[in-house]
Design a protein around this ligand. Sequence first.
Ligand code: ZN
Length: 152
Amino acid sequence: MTTELSSLYQETILDHNKRPRNFHKLAAASHHADGYNPLCGDKVTVYLEIEGDVLKDISFEGSGCAISKASASMMTEALKGRSLRQADELFHVFHELVTGKEGGEPAGPAALGKLVVFSGVREFPVRVKCATLAWHTLRAALENRLQPASTE
Ligand code: ZN
């Protein structure tokens, strides 16, 4: 990671941890799911208001480390107003970004916007689960699963 991205990573994560966006229960939620990362103790609930095939609104609640909270916060910002297909695509692009499975450059960094700062977590494998918890929970909410999502 370049020094520039590294300090952006720090700043962005600290900012979203301190002032999480869309951090509330969604009264009109049509879907929701709970997620838990036992490795770190992160807990998150993701709420979705789906209209047709669009994520009209999205929010979250929970407690956990700065990375899990910032990731959830930035996920809600990135996905609000997107189609369900775009949300699914972004899930895969983000997952590739943080796991670094493809090596080299992440696919579609433009689509990721600020989320690209999370490429830093691939250097800390334990933190990957913190960064992906909200996204796994999102998928569980989309599938309306009754079982809580887990990173395990
Ligand atoms: Zn964590």
